[in-house]
Design a protein around this ligand. Structure first.
Ligand SMILES: NC(=O)c1ccc[n+]([C@@H]2O[C@H](COP(=O)([O-])OP(=O)(O)OC[C@H]3O[C@@H](n4cnc5c(N)ncnc54)[C@H](OP(=O)(O)O)[C@@H]3O)[C@@H](O)[C@H]2O)c1
Length: 288
């Protein structure tokens, strides 16, 4: 049986991925959490990987507080960027394959709305988070065998996320103000787990794969859909990014267009669900 090490099992994606990999009974699955392995500690990373000798290492650990990255840049850069170099070195040591999770925020978002970014387009992050994650991609490329999966607007059962924030805000507000000029693909952790599990079986050519749900929207329309599926009456007021920035001056800049093309993923036979279908399935579980 192939051995898989999930790093960051205590996170939203890592937790679900670890459970799903165990449930499928096709792999020997190992995990680390921030309590058992700090990925910034190179010796500890090398020791852990040498001990397990995994075939695949899936790095779900990250510093994911996008606004927090602006004020804690060095920490974010260590975790999201430099530490991936430790993992890549360990991957090469045992001849494993690295699966690194990255983000749409590595693009500057200036692409014309309606066009989507392909994997070969040049990154140019506009936020501290995006810069640190881009460094993480460059570090991941040091692994001889690697996949970099760029995902976006991620939500899932086991962690803080935008959908839960909106559901909570709706409990005490008749109206919520949400940005209406940033375009992207809401993505459920369940869909991303499915993509990863198909990738493990198909093992296509190494490289970068855009890995989100199908279809595109803006945050305000996403919120309307959340409320519609959850039978919530709270109104959604559309505001621009400029208005949001005036309300929260310390918030990070985010790309206006982070629409990621899935053509490459399709070319290897992986077809993610539409974002609305994934959201509906998630809410059925979340609101049980
Ligand atoms: N969430 C999104 O909207 C989104 C969008 C695009 C891409 N992504 C990417 O998707 C991946 C999974 O995201 P997620 O939302 O599941 O993240 P998450 O829930 O924040 O999980 C990340 C985990 O990494 C842990 N961690 C932080 N520093 C660490 C360190 N030095 N050593 C070991 N573990 C450490 C965190 O622990 P603490 O909680 O204790 O810090 C947390 O448990 C990440 O690579 C993220 O960048 C996320």
């Amino acid at each position: 049986m192939k051995k898989i090490l999930v790093i960051g099992q205590d996170g939203m994606l890592g937790g679900e991925l670890y459970t799903k990999l165990c449930e499928c009974n096709n792999y020997d699955v190992y995990k680390t959490t921030i309590e058992t392995l700090d990925i910034c500690n190179k010796d500890a990373v090398l020791d852990e990987v040498k001990k397990i000798e995994p075939d695949f290492i899936i790095n779900c650990a990250a510093y994911t507080n996008v606004d927090g990255c602006e004020t804690h840049f060095d920490l974010a850069n260590s975790v999201n960027g430099l530490a991936v170099g430790n993992i890549a070195e360990a991957v090469n040591l045992v001849d494993a394959t690295l699966i690194q999770i990255s983000t749409d925020y590595i693009f500057d978002g200036t692409l014309e709305i309606g066009k989507s970014y392909t994997e070969d387009m040049s990154p140019n992050p506009v936020s501290a988070y995006g810069k640190t994650k881009y460094l993480g991609e460059q570090m991941a490329e040091k692994a001889k065998k690697h996949y970099i999966l760029r995902t976006a607007w991620l939500y899932g059962l086991g962690g803080k996320n935008f959908v839960k924030t909106m559901l909570k805000l709706a409990q005490s507000n008749d109206e919520v103000s949400v940005v209406c000029d940033q375009h992207g693909s809401p993505t459920s952790t369940t869909t991303l787990c499915e993509i990863i599990m198909q990738l493990l079986v198909k093992q296509p050519e190494y490289g970068v794969y855009h890995s989100t749900n199908e279809g595109f929207t803006v945050w305000s329309e996403f919120t309307k859909k959340i409320f519609e599926f959850a039978n919530i009456d709270t109104k959604v007021k559309s505001i621009t990014s400029k208005e949001y920035k005036e309300m929260y001056p310390n918030s990070s800049n985010r790309p206006f267009n982070s629409m990621l093309s899935k053509e490459k993923l399709h070319s290897v036979g992986i077809y993610p669900k539409k974002w609305e279908d994934a959201l509906s399935e998630y809410l059925k579980e979340e609101l049980k």
